[in-house]
Every structure is written in C-alpha cells, then in structure tokens.
Design a protein around this ligand. Structure first.
Ligand code: MLT
Length: 312
C-alpha cells in the first residue's frame, strides 16, 4: 500500500513552483526584500519561487489570499510589521489575522526614513514640524493604506508633531515614491530598502532616520531624536508565513530554505546596500518568529488604541 497522499505530498515537497505573495505593489520595499529572498530559496528548494504582488487595504488583501489558500506549502506570504498592527487596526477582516498563519521565520528588520519632495519648503525636521503645525491638512502624507509600515510611521510622526496631515493612500510605497519624486505628494515615511538610492541621488529630501543610531548607509541623515523629535523610533520587521495547517515537515523545510537564503553572501551584500541586514539564523525559525510576532502585537496595541485610528 502506498503512503497516505498527505505523507506522499510531504515527502516529495516541493514538487512544483512555490508562490510568495507580497501584499503590496511591485517596486516597494516588501517586494524588494522578497525577490532577493525568493531567488536564493528557490536554489535551496530546487523549485522556482515566484513573487505575486497582491496590493490594497494596507496589505490585508494579500494576507487574506494566503490565509485562505490550501495549506500545502505552495502559497506563502512575506509580510512585515503590518502583521503586528492589523490585529488591532482592523476589527472586521475576512480572515483571522493571527490564527490564519503559520510563522516560518523572521527575515530582516528595516529602518525607516522621514522624507519629502525635494522642494518642500522645510530644510530640516524642525522646519518640517513647524510647517505641518502651520499648514496641517494642507500637507499631503503618502502611505500604503491602514496597516502599512508607512501608515504606522505616519501615526507616530503625527503624534510627535501633534498635528494632522492629509493621508494619500497607495497600493505600495513603490508607486508612492514615484509621486513624491514628481512632487505631487509632500511627505512620506518609508523603509531604507526603498529610499536609500533616491536620497543619495537627491531625488527626495531626507529629514531623519527612525533608529536610535545613525545608519552607515546614510551617515549624513540624523536620527529623529537628534533632529528634535521624540517617540519616532520604529524598524520594520519582515517575516515569512504559510497558511494555518501547513504540515510541520513542510514548515521545517521552508525554514531551512529561508535560513540558507539569509546566509547567502550576495543577499547579505544587497541587504547592506539597502541599509539593512538579515536576521540571525536562530531568529529565522517558526518558534522565534511566533514569539516575536506575539510580542509585537502587544507592543503596538496600546499605541494604536491611544491614536484611536482604526480601519473600520
Ligand atoms: C511596500 O512594500 O510598499 C511597503 O511595505 C508599504 C508599507 O508598508 O509602507
């Protein structure tokens, strides 16, 4: 008698192309990280790994796609801090934002930068604060929807400045960056994986990084604390997920492929060029990812509740 179909499927996994859903538009920071990881995971797994961009609703449309997919290891999600904030931000979702997934492992933690269109009349963060307090909703802030990293940073920024801006939502900060460079939107807070090259090219203005120390990749950009703004420290962690119910053997195989990717020298160099680095191997495991994720939900819940900004 042959092994049960499930056991056979696990033994031969992966036997066909794997899809990793990125819940934001192509060309943004989540897409950039995912494509670099997918390329190396494919080599380790001996199967092609394709990236599928499913943007919209602050990343919850893409997350829903994976939560509702067959738990067979062929549809995965690479998402970020939004998995820590959406359980609080959204009170009605078509999927369980925590129970719908199996965490496979953390991937990287990416700093953010507060940036603006290059001719915004504010030469530094103090002048930006003064401008936003004066113009208020006359200033347009780009983000990728409620649940995006750019949304969370915007929440912290508006709280620190103590003035509201007008939010302009995009399907990802890739497209938002195009408008910022064109000058049709004013301000954005986005991850260094998307902003470093544009800051270096002078295509946008950089006011601050959201880390406690300056970044080696952007040494001339002050930290938000140095630039005079408290409470604007946030780094965007990314993790890999499978749908709930994915067999443990497949989860373990995916964690092994993720760990191999995060050791790859070319990937490490590309991450460094983008202002970030892979997490250590011991964090690229289901247990470490699960513990970090639960703590992150608890960390942001009171911050979001205090801001009182929910999706519905
Ligand atoms: C993206 O990949 O577009 C960003 O992660 C969007 C965001 O979360 O700000």
């Amino acid at each position: 008698l042959g092994a049960a179909p499930a056991a056979q499927a696990q033994a031969s996994y992966p036997s066909r192309t794997i899809s990793i859903v990125v819940p934001f538009a192509a060309g943004g920071p989540t897409d950039t990280v995912t494509r670099l990881v997918a390329e190396v995971m494919a080599r380790d797994l001996g199967q092609s790994v394709v990236v599928e961009n499913v943007g919209g609703a602050g990343g919850t449309l893409g997350a829903a796609r994976v939560a509702q997919a067959r738990p067979d290891g062929y549809t995965l999600l690479l998402h970020h801090i939004g998995m820590g904030t959406t359980p609080t931000l959204y009170r009605r979702l078509p999927y369980d934002p925590v129970g719908g997934f199996e965490p496979i492992g953390l991937v990287t933690e990416v700093p953010m930068t507060v940036i603006a269109r290059k001719d915004l009349p504010a030469a530094n963060l103090a002048e930006l604060v003064a401008l936003v307090r004066k113009e208020k909703t006359g200033i347009n802030y780009a983000n990728a929807g409620i649940g995006a990293a750019s949304h969370l940073c915007g929440l912290l920024l508006q709280k620190a400045i103590d003035a509201p801006m007008t939010t302009v939502p995009y399907r990802g900060t890739g497209p938002a960056m195009t408008d910022l460079i064109a000058g049709t939107v004013d301000v954005m807070c986005d991850q260094t994986t998307n902003t470093t090259s544009h800051i270096r090219a002078g295509a946008v203005k950089a006011y601050a990084v959201t880390t406690e120390q300056r970044l080696a990749s952007l040494p001339e950009v002050p930290t938000s604390a140095e630039a005079g703004l408290r409470g604007l420290e946030v780094t965007i962690w990314h993790g890999l997920y499978a749908p709930k119910g994915t067999p443990a053997e497949i989860q373990a195989r995916l964690s092994k492929a993720l760990q191999a990717a995060l050791r790859d020298e070319r990937l490490v160099q590309r991450f460094a060029d983008l202002g970030t680095e892979p997490v250590s191997q011991d964090r690229a495991t289901p247990a470490a990812h699960k513990a970090f994720w639960e703590a992150d939900i608890a960390k942001w819940r009171p911050v979001i509740q205090a801001a009182g900004q929910y999706a519905d």
